[in-house]
Design a protein around this ligand. Sequence first.
Ligand code: DX5
Ligand code: ZN
Length: 215
Amino acid sequence: MKKIIAPSILSADFGNLQRDIEMINKSEAEWFHVDVMDGVFVPNISFGFPVMKPLKQHATKPLDVHLMIVQPERYVEEFAKAGADVLTVHFEASTHLHRTIQQIKQNGMKAGVAINPHTSIYGLMDVLSDIDVVCIMSVNPGFGGQKFIQQTFKKVEQLAAEIQKDKLDTLIEIDGGVTLDNCNALFDAGANVLVAGNTVFSSPNPNDTISQLLK
Ligand code: DX5
Ligand code: ZN
């Protein structure tokens, strides 16, 4: 089974962004997780295209862009041009989700859909075969360093069963509160991609921590 660590740039040191990007390039992490927040869909504003630029310039691994913005369909083309490899929109922010998923794929990216902690995985059933990555939020989106919500395990198991039943290759991503204490159980439950912000960037040895998350 595929196991990917995606360090979240939100927790990087923005004064030393190039250094942190290069550190991740050298690590066992496979993706960069890029959290874009608009201050409307979530109660925080992070960054946008000016930060995508140095990321794309220096990162040697795919950019997994997580849009926490309302009406994400407005920016699909622009994120493709900015170099996103996976573009994830929120189920709760997309009125015409099926259309947005097609739009993402037509723009040459992998399509991700994120669900908030209160959203059931079963709302995705009619589009599941069109989605490349389902991102299960294990915290309420908006901030790094929050506490993992335990109910997530049940959702991972439910989703893994649906993916298996339909023989799909959809990846399950977990975002928020991932630590060295819950990573193994999450992979065992069926997760494929673990986003880790605080756990990686507050570690005295981030690359070592990334390796430990994979063990
Ligand atoms: C939360 C973001 C997460 C966040 C994860 O809104 O989507 O990607 O950066 O941070 P940690 O791993 O610190 O919970
Ligand atoms: Zn995220």
